[in-house]
Design a protein around this ligand. Structure first.
Ligand SMILES: C[S@@+](CC[C@H](N)C(=O)[O-])C[C@H]1O[C@@H](n2cnc3c(N)ncnc32)[C@H](O)[C@@H]1O
Length: 306
């Protein structure tokens, strides 16, 4: 029997309401998994989109595992209920190695399916998902020495997911740079970095070759001062509308083509700005595993994102 097309969206922990609110045709919510009718929709908040989910009736744990194995090798379980039964099924499936990435190594290529139990005898399974990472969560072997804070993980994740990053010699503006995690990442890639913040960076970051620090408001750095950058990064805690105005000026000037900016929210009063960012050219939103109540807005000189 033909199944009606649905798509499932796994929200990050704590953000299921945001994910459900942005989707059209929501039919059900299972834990963090939001089911909506029709083909995949653009979703800012979803961490992993189950692109072609289908239901499978199962008679037993062994039968469930076989049904999944018959479709493909690699599966990751999402369980919101019937945890024990789900775990027993997963244990009968081939082991999936989900070792942390060593940045900047390439991301895994093998498809990873996701499945859940909707009822003890009903599996929802999607062989194709938007992310090759389990539940869309990207983990890294962390650097204990170099960066002064853990914010560097956000940039590692962005670069791993979009498979694009500054090349050696690229000119980067790091707006809201202190204490210097992002600056550290960019400097390690061989970029030259203008780091701007109202607060001082960690001293060891200031001393790195290729890094220039300027104290003050990042939003005073404008293209009409004859500035030109290959990349603009912004992690300033500010009203999203202020960030939108500033990046719009830069985009319209044509003096920077690549942007990676954190859009930070307080409460839900600023979500309307998401559509305004989305209207800017070559735009995508990611909710990173390392994002909190924020989205990462990306505009690149290319048109596709992973
Ligand atoms: C979340 S922290 C940035 C962390 C940084 N990305 C890192 O990796 O270390 C936000 C920074 O924005 C800075 N900030 C806030 N308003 C600013 C403004 N108008 N101009 C420049 N920096 C600002 C704060 O001083 C703070 O250091």
């Amino acid at each position: 029997m033909q199944q009606t097309q649905i798509t499932a969206y796994l929200a990050p922990k704590g953000f299921v309401n945001q994910a459900a609110a942005e989707l059209k045709g929501v039919q059900a919510v299972y834990g963090r998994l939001v089911i909506a009718g029709g083909p995949p929709q653009t979703s800012c908040w979803a961490q992993n989109t189950w692109l072609e989910p289908r239901t499978l009736r199962i008679r037993s744990i062994t039968d469930g595992a076989k049904a999944l194995r018959d479709i493909q090798r690699n599966w990751i379980m999402y369980s919101f209920r019937w945890h024990r039964r789900s775990t027993l099924i997963q244990e009968k499936l081939p082991h999936v190695s989900a070792r942390p990435l060593r940045f900047p190594e390439p991301v895994p290529q093998s498809p990873l399916g996701s499945w859940t139990l909707l009822a003890p005898d009903l599996v929802l399974a999607s062989a194709r998902c938007s992310s090759v990472f389990p539940h869309g969560e990207v983990r890294f072997v962390e650097s204990k020495q170099g960066p002064p804070c853990r914010a560097y993980l956000k940039l590692w994740e962005v670069f791993s997911r979009i498979q694009k990053m500054p090349a050696p010699g690229d000119a980067c503006l790091d707006a809201g740079s202190s204490p210097g995690g992002w600056t550290w990442v960019l400097q390690q890639l061989g970029a030259s970095v203008l780091a701007v913040d109202r607060a001082d960076p960690a001293t060891e970051i200031m001393r790195l070759p290729g890094v220039t620090f300027r104290k003050g408001s990042a939003f005073s750095i404008l293209p009409d001062q004859d500035n030109r950058f290959d990349w603009i990064f912004c992690d300033v805690a500010c009203y999203p509308e202020k960030l939108l105005d500033w990046v719009s000026i830069w985009q319209n000037s044509g003096k920077c083509r690549n942007f990676v900016c954190t859009v930070k929210f307080q409460g839900d009063s600023h979500y309307g700005v998401i559509n305004k960012f989305a209207a800017l050219p070559h735009t995508a939103f990611l909710h990173l595993s390392h994002n909190k109540h924020e989205l990462t807005w990306i505009s690149l000189n290319v048109s596709s994102y992973n």
